[in-house]
Design a protein around this ligand. Structure first.
Ligand code: 5AD
Ligand code: SF4
Length: 466
């Protein structure tokens, strides 16, 4: 085997997985593996899987079919390829994966990723390894920190996991079973990682966690820091211009976090706050721990603190027992809140979760019809939100080349993608852009005059108001 080995990671699902994938790549870089963009020439193929919705496991098995062909071809050429399944499907299925797909060498759960180098060494000796225990040590302490070179390649925005796991046990959700109990990383370790990213040119950092606003990490003087405290600390780091977080739970939306949106310039006016349903009855059956009025209350307080805040959410339609009236309550909630964007899903029974065993499952055609209605309303709201920016000026973090010649693609404070004609050397800078038009999911804009760009930041435009 050659010294320089190649690693291909395919990431499914949430940002947490995307982050885990980069950290696995960083960790394997220390073992001499460099990342490749295709599985064809890889010596180690990792599928970092997601189990949260529909048929995730089936998708992984069909991908493994393709991987097996690659592995056989490589073997014919005298090259040994290792195949690893990581993430939540690995956690949920364990040994079953190797039984069904013997091409797999390593099965590793999300809490054991730091053991990958040792597992790979064992697998190279011909052993099939399954590691899905929740080990007591903190994985982050053992994963390699992001290197400057790797970060430069990855660009101006980055994720940092600050909290993992969940003990809320919503009755539809597998996360508490696959990611384990809530754990928060210590403040200074997060600060170090963010400072390192800043050194490598990252400007926009999203703190992530399954329940990120339940964050309660150890801070200076042994004090427990809330997410708002953590933001105050991270705001001190030079070079970082924008801070975001996801995903939050309404139950943990503290007043200090809302106040941080008013007080910290770097904290972006953006809140992803899944509500799942607008019906109190369904919310109770989901074990969400709050009702619709509480949700409205949070949104109202948020809009007082940051009138221009973009609010986004997740919805599940067709939860067991959801009636037409329950669904109308969801439609009504959406109408009242006016979202900037939202994800909506049909309920899918996840094995082992309480809701999967409920008798009154909603028929598929009903779910399909409800989902279409909800998505149509959300699309209209997204369009209206984006329209409210036309002819206005927004600060755009220019991230990468756009599809057209001379075009750059960037992000507004509200997570909208903005396409602008701008020179490539502006990548990584924040430009003042006047929005000139709309695509389906993007804004088009032009750089405003240089003199204007140096002017102090104008007051934010408040689309729609509260
Ligand atoms: N069925 C459908 N959607 C689900 N989600 C989580 N579990 C399920 C499920 N069993 C959705 C929720 C969550 C998002 C990440 O995925 O809306 O917020
Ligand atoms: Fe799943 Fe509920 Fe925890 Fe979110 S809060 S991860 S939906 S159990």
């Amino acid at each position: 085997m050659s010294k320089s080995r190649r690693l291909y990671v395919k990431s499914y699902g949430c940002q947490m997985n995307a982050y885990d994938s980069t950290r696995m790549a960083d960790t394997m870089a220390r073992e001499g593996y460099s990342e490749t963009a295709t599985p064809d020439d890889a010596d180690l193929i990792i599928l970092n899987t997601c189990h949260i919705r529909e048929k995730a496991a089936e998708k992984v098995y069909s991908e493994l079919g393709r991987v097996r062909a690659l592995k056989q071809q490589a073997a014919a050429e005298g090259r040994k390829v290792l195949v690893a399944v990581a993430g939540c499907v690995a956690q949920a299925e364990g040994e079953e994966i190797i039984r069904r797909a013997p091409t797999v060498d390593i099965v590793v759960g999300p809490q054991s990723l730091h053991r990958l180098p040792a597992l790979a060494a064992r697998a190279l000796n011909g052993e099939a390894v399954v590691e899905t225990e929740f080990p007591p040590e903190e994985k982050f302490a053992h994963l390699a920190p992001p290197t400057v070179a790797a970060t430069r390649k990855r660009g101006a925005s980055a994720f940092v996991t600050v909290q993992e796991g969940c003990d809320k046990f919503c009755t539809f959700c597998v996360v508490p079973y696959t990611r384990g109990m809530e754990v928060s990383r210590p403040v200074e370790r997060i600060a170090e990682e963010v400072a390192r990213l800043a050194d490598a040119g990252v400007r926009d950092v999203t703190l992530i966690g399954q329940n990120v606003n339940a964050y309660h990490g150890l801070g200076r003087n042994g004090r427990s820091y809330s997410l708002a405290d953590l933001f105050a600390r991270i705001s001190e780091i030079d070079g970082i211009a924008r801070l975001r977080y996801m995903t939050s739970h309404p139950r943990d939306m503290g007043d200090d976090l809302i106040a941080a949106h008013r007080d910290l310039d770097k904290l972006m006016p953006y809140l992803h706050l899944p509500v799942q349903s607008g019906s109190d009855r369904v919310l109770a059956a989901m074990n969400r721990g709050h009702g619709r009025e509480e949700y409205f209350g949070i949104i109202e307080r948020m809009r007082i603190a940051r009138p221009d805040a973009a609010i986004t959410s997740d919805f599940i339609v067709g939860f067991p027992g959801e009636t037409d009236e329950d669904f109308e309550a969801t439609m009504n909630l959406v109408e009242r809140v006016r979202f900037a964007m939202a994800f909506s899903f049909k309920y899918s029974p996840r094995p082992g979760t309480p809701a999967a065993g409920l008798a009154d499952q909603v028929p598929e055609p009903v779910k399909t019809e409800r989902l279409a209605r909800l998505q149509a309303m959300i699309d209209r709201q997204m369009q209206a939100f984006n329209e409210s920016y036309v002819s206005h000026r927004v600060d755009v973090l220019l991230e990468k080349p756009g599809r057209r010649e001379g075009q750059l693609s960037g992000k507004s404070p509200y997570m909208q993608q903005v396409l602008v004609q701008a020179p490539a050397h502006m990548i990584g800078s924040i430009a003042k852009v006047r929005v000139t038009g709309l695509g389906t999911h993007t804004l088009f804009g032009e750089l405003t005059a240089a003199a204007e760009q140096r002017a102090p930041s104008p007051a934010m435009h408040a689309p729609g108001g509260a």
